[in-house]
Design a protein around this ligand. Structure first.
Ligand SMILES: *Cc1c(COP(=O)(O)O)cnc(C)c1O
Length: 366
């Protein structure tokens, strides 16, 4: 690959000494689950997200699932989710026993369209779960305003938006609670699976702490039927190293995005990302749209440039969700977007010359 889609090894090499020191520290401690590293990471990430509590869990899906469980959401309840998201958002709702109720995106930002939320609310609706897709915050003021009017909770799926800001405030504290993923490819990624819940709600934080650890506060005393979903000491130690670098890495992603905009705006056949003036995105992905996506992707692959499609099939058309009874045409905006999107290489380690290689190849086609 001349330009990899995302170079995770480069991120490791950049901070190798610090990772190696963190590894030694954990190994030497002789303590590997629910210890000092996790406590320190939770405190640091809570400060970073401008919230009172952070609870480390096993992955992003668990973070969202545990938020719903801890909020008492279950069978018979409905949770509003975007049609345009990774399937994990929907699965978290399904695992809680509730039903995901999909709402179409805004065609410019690809995030859930607040104007379409109210018609999806029924007497069973308990919460709205917006996703800050591709690293760009959803329109949270409008979503929160609807939630207040209908007595609903708002839970952010912030798995792609570590550090992103909405009207100057970080994601993770823009609703009642938020779920983060530390999957390796995310803006803040571990060397394996990891996740966290952030919230300002003391009670919710307490319940999630218990739920993630077998429903237990005191060892071998189980108050509720909990889960095993903890963020390991080793991952927490590694994440602390990366968290200290996150703002700089997000800044470098912004510079890559700025170069893309510079070099691609004249291509009228290509739809570039749209950033509302209140959004400060962290460019988890740089997603363009093209009617000739297949050709474009092939051309880039032939030039040994990595691309991906986020996502090729929307959740409502996945076999896994056939039971909900949706079909082709159920959510046309999302389907159209899914047919045209292409994610260009993006990451903190990308050089300006790599960006030029991508844009020159793109320009040859469109
Ligand atoms: C990655 C992701 C998740 C799930 O995170 P995992 O850590 O892989 O479980 C949830 N929602 C969105 C939008 C994601 O991108």
């Amino acid at each position: 690959m001349k330009v990899p889609f995302l170079d995770l090894k480069a991120q490791y090499l950049e901070l190798q000494d610090e990772f190696d020191a963190a590894y030694r520290r954990v190994m030497d401690s002789g303590w590997y689950i629910l210890g000092k590293e996790l406590e320190a990471f939770e405190a640091e990430f809570a400060v970073y997200c401008q919230v009172k509590h952070c609870i480390g869990v096993g992955n992003g899906l668990d973070a969202l699932h545990l938020i719903l469980r801890a909020s008492g959401i279950g069978p018979g309840d409905e949770v509003i989710v975007p049609t345009n998201t990774y399937i994990a958002t929907w699965l978290a709702v399904t695992y809680s026993g509730a039903t995901p109720v999909p709402v179409e995106p805004d065609e410019q930002t690809y995030n859930i369209n607040p104007s379409r939320i109210e018609s999806a609310i029924t007497e069973c609706t308990k919460a709205i779960m917006p996703v800050h897709l591709y690293g760009q915050p959803a329109d949270m003021d409008r979503i929160n305003e609807i939630a207040v009017r209908h007595g609903l909770k708002v839970f952010e799926d912030s798995a792609q938006a570590h550090g992103a800001k909405y009207k100057g405030r970080r994601t993770g504290g823009l609703g009642d609670a938020a779920g983060f993923s530390f999957y390796p490819g995310k803006n803040l990624g571990a060397f394996g699976d990891g996740g966290a819940v952030t919230t300002n709600d003391d009670d919710l934080a307490e319940i999630i702490r218990i739920l993630r650890n077998y429903g237990s506060q005191i060892k071998y005393h189980n108050e509720v039927m909990g889960f095993n979903s903890r963020l390991d000491e080793l991952h927490a130690a590694m994440l602390r190293v990366k968290l200290a670098k996150l703002d700089e890495w997000n800044e470098r992603r912004k510079q890559v995005a700025a170069l893309y905009f510079d070099q691609l705006t004249s291509n009228t056949n290509l739809v570039l990302p749209c950033v509302p003036d209140w959004a400060d995105p962290v460019w988890h992905l740089f997603v363009v749209r093209s009617k000739k996506r297949g050709e474009l992707q092939k051309q880039l692959t032939d030039a040994r440039i990595g691309t991906m499609i986020h996502y090729p099939i929307p959740p409502h058309l996945q076999e896994a969700y056939s039971e909900l009874g949706y079909g082709k045409g159920s959510f046309p905006i999302s389907e159209k977007v899914h047919n045209e999107v292409l994610s260009l290489p993006m990451g903190p380690s990308m050089s300006p010359s790599q960006v030029s290689m991508v844009t020159e190849t793109v320009r040859r086609l469109v």
